[in-house]
Design a protein around this ligand. Structure first.
Ligand code: ADP
Length: 527
């Protein structure tokens, strides 16, 4: 059996002096009760007062100590009864002893339960404290800029708008210009870490209401997107935006927020920011270089084609001029020599036909440039092309929506050709929309298939649409309405697609904007 050391009985929570004083008072009280119970003639259950002893010393005793103290008190009460009443047993004193024992037992059980509950609460609190410390240390030391922000008031405001019938928050913000600023004013910063300070300087730690106004760059739409995420009850938000640091430097950041399930926890939402300025600059330079290369190669192709056309056409065109002059001479004769006129016209037709064939050949030469046929996943191709165009899209604030109407089968085609066609169509749409000051600028790329099972890609914009004058000449080479246009894009696209058995048509949407529809046969003819 283990011996009962003081350590096993005493609960070392308080100060040693206080514990000793309480133990002494409890012992004196126990002895006093014993004395009064044994040596005086008070006819009542004095032993019940041992309960006070237990209550007093419960604070400094462990569970085991409490059981020992209760046993000692019970022993004292029984000892007192034996000493006083054993020779003359009576019912009344015996009943008083029973009542005292019952009181001691119940008090001990309650104190033991209380002790167990207190132990559990203490360990829960300790675990909570540990967890909070761990969280604080991660929050402070991580290299990601973190904030704890109070979005609860903004959330309440947004939900109020919803209950008043607002469905499209962005539209509401467009119509109520001051509402965004009001929302910014409702958000406060609760805490921020060192990385946040390094990113934005002093303003990162500003706890005042609306402090975010100081670093949200004018015109940045990310805050509105964030409010929309809260408005729609989404569980997280990710976005890219521009912030202005204390130094005035503009930085591009990636924003990430996970919203809590419990609405009450919106007063401490963690917001993470990563500075991607450098990365984005490298990416932009890369994309610009790639776009420059594409432009250069397009210009080179057009240049080569023009040179080849000029060279090849020189001869038939010269012949046409000479034959036309001859024709005029035959016509000027009196009477005109109709037989000679007919022969000359025949020569004119022959030369014109040659010129047409030369143009056709040059075009087909163009489309033969890279003939590696492969199975192409159109959804992927559209995504890749969209990524290539990201810079142009962002520069002109164009949103892209890709939709798939049904299962798109893979097509057999030349990847670079299809991509070039998509780039041309998207570039035309972006330029058409950018020529006007109307927003939002939306480019919709829909993937589907037609009744014959051919794949169809429609590129639709909400720009001014194809003008009446442009419509009949859209696909004619060198037709352009742009100051710096070459007028070759659509013409090359059309011949490229047609050479593979596909099609390109362009028309206007009944409401607004132009639609260019590419049709690609699932299995291209052998070329
Ligand atoms: P370029 O772009 O060099 O002018 P294109 O062959 O690509 O040559 O286009 C020819 C013309 O077709 C353009 O100048 C323009 O007038 C018209 N066009 C092409 N795409 C669109 C569009 N999405 N919306 C309105 N007009 C368009």
């Amino acid at each position: 059996m283990r011996s009962l050391s003081a350590g096993a009985l005493l609960n070392r929570r308080g100060e040693a002096g206080y514990d000793l004083a309480l133990a002494t008072i409890s012992a004196i009280l126990a002895l006093t009760v014993f004395y009064v119970d044994t040596y005086t003639n008070i006819e009542s259950a004095i032993a019940v007062l041992y309960v006070i002893v237990l209550l007093l010393c419960s604070e400094i005793l462990t569970r085991r100590g409490l059981v020992v103290a209760a046993s000692l008190c019970a022993a004292l009460a029984i000892g007192s009864y034996i000493h006083t009443h054993l020779l003359h047993p009576e019912l009344q004193p015996f009943l008083r002893l029973v009542v005292s024992m019952a009181a001691l037992t119940i008090t001990t059980i309650l104190l033991l339960r209380n002790e167990a509950f207190r132990g559990a609460t203490l360990s829960t609190n300790a675990a909570l404290r540990d967890s909070e410390m761990r969280y604080r240390s991660i929050f402070n030391r991580t290299r990601v800029a973190l904030w704890e922000r109070d979005y609860s008031r903004a959330r309440t405001y947004l939900l109020e708008l919803k209950s008043k019938g607002v469905v499209d928050l962005k539209q509401y913000f467009r119509e109520h210009a001051d509402a965004v600023d009001y929302c910014i004013g409702l958000v406060t910063t609760v805490a921020s870490n060192d990385a946040a300070y390094e990113l934005l300087g002093d303003i990162a730690t500003d706890r005042s209401s609306g402090s975010m106004r100081r670093f949200i760059a004018p015109g940045d739409k990310t805050f509105i997107d964030l409010m929309e995420a809260i408005f729609e009850g989404r569980d997280h938000f990710e976005g890219k935006g521009t912030v202005t640091a204390e130094s005035g430097e503009s930085k591009l950041v990636l924003l990430s927020i996970g919203f809590p399930e419990d609405p009450a926890a919106f007063n401490r939402v963690i917001v993470g920011m990563i500075d991607i300025t450098q990365r984005e600059q490298t990416q932009t330079t890369l994309l610009e270089a790639r776009a420059e290369l594409t432009r250069a190669s397009r210009a080179a192709v057009v240049g080569a084609m023009s040179a080849s056309l000029a060279h090849e056409l020189n001869q038939p065109l010269g012949a046409i001029v000479v034959n036309s002059q001859t024709l005029l001479r035959w016509l000027d004769r009196d009477p005109p020599d109709l037989g000679a006129v007919r022969r000359t016209v025949d020569r004119l037709i022959r030369d014109s036909e040659r010129a047409r064939l030369i143009i056709q050949n040059t075009r087909s030469l163009l489309t033969q440039a890279d003939c590696k046929m492969e199975w192409i996943d159109l959804t992927k191709l559209v995504e890749e092309t969209r990524a290539l165009m990201e810079h142009d899209l962002q520069r002109d604030f164009v949103m892209v929506d890709v939709s798939e109407q049904n299962e798109i089968p893979k097509v057999r085609a030349v990847r670079i050709e299809l991509q070039q066609v998509l780039i041309n169509l998207m570039t035309n749409s972006i330029q058409a929309m950018a020529a006007e000051q109307s927003f939002p600028r939306k480019l919709t790329i829909s993937l589907g298939s037609n009744a014959d099972g051919d794949a169809v890609i429609a590129v639709q914009d909400n720009g001014p649409g194809i003008t009446e004058q442009a419509a009949p000449r859209l696909f004619s080479p060198f037709y352009t309405t742009k100051v710096s246009g070459m007028g070759m894009g659509l013409s090359i696209c059309k011949s490229t697609l047609e050479a593979r058995g596909g099609q390109l048509i362009g028309y206007n949407h009944p409401d607004r904007g132009a639609i260019f529809e590419i049709t690609i046969p699932i299995e291209a003819p052998h070329v």
